[in-house]
Design a protein around this ligand. Sequence first.
Ligand code: CMX
Length: 424
Amino acid sequence: MARLQQRMAEIIPAMRDEIRSLVKEHGNKVIDQVTIGQVYGGMRGIKALTCDTSEVPPEKGLIIRGIPIKELTGRLPEEIFWLLCTGELPSKGDLEDLQQDLRKRSRVPQYVWDVLEAMPPDSHPMAMFDTAILVMERESVFRKRYTEGMKKDEYWAPTLEDSLDLLAKLPGIAAGVYRLRFKKGDRINADTNLDWAGNYAHMLGISDKPEFKDLMRLYMVLHSDHEGGNVSAHTCHCVASALSDAYYSVSAGLNGLAGPLHGLANQECLGWILMVVEKFKGAPSDEDLRKFAWDTLNSGKVIPGYGHAVLRITDPRFDAFLAFGKQHMPEDPIYQTVAKVFDIVPKVLTEQGKAKDPWPNVDAASGCLLYHYGMTEFDYYTVLFSVSRAMGMCSQLVVSRAWGEPIERPKSLPTAKFKNLALK
Ligand code: CMX
């Protein structure tokens, strides 16, 4: 047994006991109330889901297993996956063992490429990526073991197997989608000396610069998880609660990430920045930018990359990307514009007084860094996000299976009944 599986087997019994006794002792405790506004408002803020892998307090931003994301930016994504699953950072030996395990599982079956090559050439990269995941469902160890008859307290182990098989292949698939969809030439073979994200950067074939690999490592760490209620995590969770395997569940979650209100927003941010750079032939003056921001607002549009449904501070993931840009591309007018927008736009949004959060979110900087290294195909950006977010989804899945979460079934009512409740 590899070390991650071994460590999970050690910690799961205590985790199960903790949850069982919480429910047994306090199962009837009322912890929230629900308003009609919340029912019709995307269920915002209702405390009704569990997620032990990460948390997003509005005044702090992403915290993974108790560690603020800004303390994790120098780590490898493999270390983050271990942390998400176990609640601990891996030792050097643990990390090497996991990396070795992922390498062994990384070969993408030929039938995946056959399916992708048969898709219409204008297919969206996200449709291609999700199709590749779904077509591999036949590999599921969980489904095989379940069909053979497996005890409930064993469910987590084949779920972890499926997760590792899937995560190991995602960089190769995602890089293959990039090269096929954007006609970049043959697929590039993996370099077995590289880590998971470094290898992804290598197989994309965009830039040989070592810092592009570092950017991929950082990108994969920063987007890995964002608690349980966002569309992709919640969708994955809900599908998996029916005991659908990781291939079905992760693919379903990523179909949600493909939406413009979720993972697709990053391309709109870069579009706005490029518009500014083009209009002012480089980074604008403070006054020009202020006026441009007001023009955007006065035309009824939002300033992409600013504001958040939960956060009320500058997203620490934005800070990490901005610091990367400052270190590696301080002279790039696109980076300079991103930095200037950070200076000016929060003041403009505060003056306007509508947005609850005038601060930048993660999307305000990520696209500019990718663009700098030559990844100019905006449509692809959500695939990068997906490779990373699959770590969060898989770890949430393993944890849910480990404590034996039941099938989700919240109650719905017709509007007529809500009206009656409102008038009571
Ligand atoms: N520019 C202009 N107006 C904004 C704004 C922005 N960046 N952010 C919020 N507002 C406006 C809203 O449109 C809303 O206006 P109306 O009352 O006229 O409808 C008002 O301020 C209040 O909105 P809010 O409660 O502060 O924000 P929401 O929770 O409704 O929406 C979000 C959050 C992210 C969709 C919104 O801030 C937005 O549209 N931002 C720009 C797009 C963007 O960056 N999306 C990426 C999100 C990243 C992520 O979710 O991870």
